[in-house]
Design a protein around this ligand. Structure first.
Ligand SMILES: Nc1ncnc2c1ncn2[C@@H]1O[C@H](COP(=O)(O)OP(=O)(O)OP(=O)(O)O)[C@@H](O)[C@H]1O
Length: 254
């Protein structure tokens, strides 16, 4: 029997925007069944990398495989295997939450009854039942994140790639989402999550990659990457840039 391929693997991904090299040859292997955190400073290239790895943005070089399926050679097959929560992606926000989840399910090939049942389950799970008939355009930022997560989950993918899933989400909802993701991993799924919260990545993830200036600075299990430090200390060491900043005098009222 052949070896099971990693849940997600990318090799030598490169993306340039004009003169700017946003991603400069990143390679990473995400083992099946892991909860994998991707951290890095603002503008490090996390969103660009995840967009290329999930078929949302064509790389200038390199390739990505989801469970062994090439994302750019077999996009339909590859995309059926993954649920993506893209940072800042436009949703069809003139639909209600209920319509949006159902529509995502139908687009993924679910039958009408299954899509409707899963929609009900997901609205309950994410505490959005009362908002199910509200237009998504009228949702708060946190509610929009949650409905986008529901859309990523509706076709029961084996891999979830979530760009900043906790941004704007209140602490109770964040804890609920963490529980959902823990359950997803326990059930054999794989989660890749980008986040600015070292604390959250340290608590939630078993693996982590640190990205800065479009390059991979470290990757491995959380214990391997942080060594004897906290993840935050290690992050600052790897990424640099922490200085004591003195604000301008006009900000000082004492
Ligand atoms: N469509 C685009 N056009 C031009 N430059 C872009 C585009 N998308 C990203 N960039 C640039 O590429 C670099 C990486 O951006 P990216 O959004 O991938 O970073 P990030 O690590 O996700 O940042 P953040 O943590 O702030 O969300 C940045 O310098 C950004 O300005």
């Amino acid at each position: 029997m052949g070896k099971t391929p990693p849940a997600l693997e990318f090799r030598g991904l490169v993306k340039r925007f004009g003169e700017k090299v946003a991603v400069d040859g990143i390679s990473l292997v995400i083992p099946t069944g892991s909860c994998f955190g991707i951290v890095g400073p603002n503008g490090a290239g996390k969103t660009t990398t995840l967009s290329m790895a999930t078929g949302l943005l064509r790389p200038d070089a390199g390739h990505a495989l989801i469970a062994g399926v090439d994302v750019w050679q077999n996009p339909t097959e590859a995309k059926a295997l993954v649920g993506v929560l893209a940072d800042g992606a436009k949703l069809f926000d003139r639909l209600t939450g209920e319509q949006l989840i159902t529509y995502s399910g139908l687009l993924a090939g679910l039958g009408t009854d299954v899509a409707a049942q899963r929609c009900t389950d997901l609205l309950t799970l994410l505490d959005l039942t009362a908002a199910g008939s509200t237009l998504v355009v009228d949702y708060s930022a946190g509610m929009t994140k949650k409905i986008a997560l529901a859309c990523a989950l509706v076709h029961a993918p084996r891999l979830l790639v979530l760009d900043e899933p906790f941004e704007s989400v209140d602490p109770v909802s964040a804890a609920n989402i963490r529980d959902i993701l823990d359950g997803f991993v326990r059930g054999g799924g794989t989660v890749v999550v980008s986040s600015h919260s070292m604390d959250l990545v340290q608590r939630m993830c078993d693996h982590v990659a640190v990205v800065a200036e479009g390059r991979l600075r470290a990757a491995g299990t959380v214990d391997e990457v942080r060594g004897a430090s906290t993840l935050e200390e290690r992050f600052v060491e790897l990424v640099g840039g922490r200085q004591r900043v003195q604000g301008p005098t006009w900000l000082n009222h004492s």
